[in-house]
Design a protein around this ligand. Structure first.
Ligand code: NAD
Length: 334
């Protein structure tokens, strides 16, 4: 049995997921939701998708009557995730939503509640949780090989191109670099420590106020964890070569660089270079991994809506700290 997947929003990332899924053994692409008929035609031919599994944004609720689709993968712009996940939950199908899960924690709570009420599973597209270097780092931390974690230093950003793209429009993106790729540094800080932060401070730099009129350009942020560890993190939309994860323990360290992109991820530890299996597209590993979890009722590796919520609570605090001039924002109070 295979997990039968439909993709909603046929943009750049949907194409990457669809290509990677061609190599999956447990998950298969069977349907699409798109507002652009020409894209639907292309996808039908390219991926052998039957007419009965194609929908647009007006007909999407009819997926509930389709027994040949198990899960819908939402890859639309960030600020549409909330509406689209609620629509899919109402069809009774499981749902995977891309990061950032929503614009804020409030929306994320509503999405979790809707999925729970409908009795469907709700996952976030955190592909790195299926990636071998990332899994090895988590294993090393959990096994105690790194010793007590002392410091985390994570960055993720890039120079964004087209000034007219939706990523620079607040109404569709929810925010800028922090929302889009800052979540990698932040999610990474959580899996580097295995803890939830209790305070957040953040600072914003804006060198191009015209291009980044509506959204954040460069943000540095610090997360304080209950153990006393501080993660120093950063994100940007205005320069390249800003992608690294560095976790330091009393007994060892792991450095991934690049750490968060499509890979190949490269890493080294105190023992030398990390020799991991040959690179496989993360989305292939992710979709087969998800299929294995769903079809065989296995535990979820930190990729559920609840994990998305933990990240959005921090994102909210990052923006609040910036609004308040870098003030320390306390979160996750006991
Ligand atoms: P994109 O612009 O290439 O694709 C977005 C798609 O949504 C387009 O096909 C567009 O037609 C469609 N859409 C539907 N309604 C729309 C509307 N009202 N306005 C604009 N577009 C609309 O963007 P993308 O790069 O594919 O990103 C989509 C999502 O995937 C984002 O949430 C992004 O953060 C996420 N993403 C995740 C990764 C990852 O590695 N996990 C990588 C890239 C993007």
């Amino acid at each position: 049995k295979q997990l039968r997947v439909a993709i909603m929003g046929l943009g750049g990332y949907a194409n990457i997921v669809a290509e990677a899924m061609q190599k999956c053994t447990m998950a298969t692409l069977v349907g699409v939701v798109s507002g652009t008929p020409s894209k639907v035609d292309t996808w039908k031919k390219k991926y052998n998708i039957p007419d009965k599994n194609t929908y647009n944004y007006e007909t999407v609720s009819e997926i509930k009557n389709n027994p040949d689709i198990d899960i819908v993968y939402v890859t639309t712009p960030n600020s549409l995730h909330h509406k689209h996940v609620l629509q899919i939950a109402a069809t009774g199908k499981h749902v995977i939503c891309e990061k950032p899960v929503a614009d804020n924690a409030k929306q994320t709570r509503e999405m979790i509640a809707a999925c729970e009420k409908a009795g469907v599973k709700f996952y976030i597209g955190y592909r790195l949780h299926f990636e071998p270097h990332t899994r090895e780092l988590i294993r090393m931390r959990e096994s105690g090989e790194l010793g007590k974690i002392m410091h985390v230093n994570n960055y993720m950003g890039f120079k964004s191109g087209d000034p007219t793209q939706w990523r620079l429009k607040k109404a569709l993106a929810g925010g800028g670099a922090m929302m889009d790729v800052g979540v990698y540094a932040l999610n990474g800080a959580r899996y580097c420590t295995g803890e939830e932060p209790i305070w957040v401070t953040a600072q914003e730099t804006k060198t191009d106020p015209i291009k980044f009129k509506e959204v954040d350009e460069t943000i540095t942020f610090q997360l304080g964890f209950p153990s006393g560890v501080i993660a120093n993190c950063g994100t940007t939309y205005n320069f390249n070569n800003f992608e690294r994860l560095y976790v330091i323990g009393e007994k060892g360290f792991v450095e991934l660089s690049p750490a968060f992109g499509y890979g190949p991820i490269k890493g080294r530890t105190n023992a030398g270079p990390m020799n991991m299996p040959a690179h496989i597209p993360h989305q292939t590993l992710q979709m087969d991994g998800l299929a294995d979890i769903i079809l065989n009722n296995k535990p979820d590796p930190h990729i559920t809506g609840h994990e998305g919520l933990k990240d959005m609570i921090v994102v909210d605090a990052v923006y609040e700290s910036i609004r308040k001039g870098g003030q320390k924002i306390f979160i996750n109070k006991a």
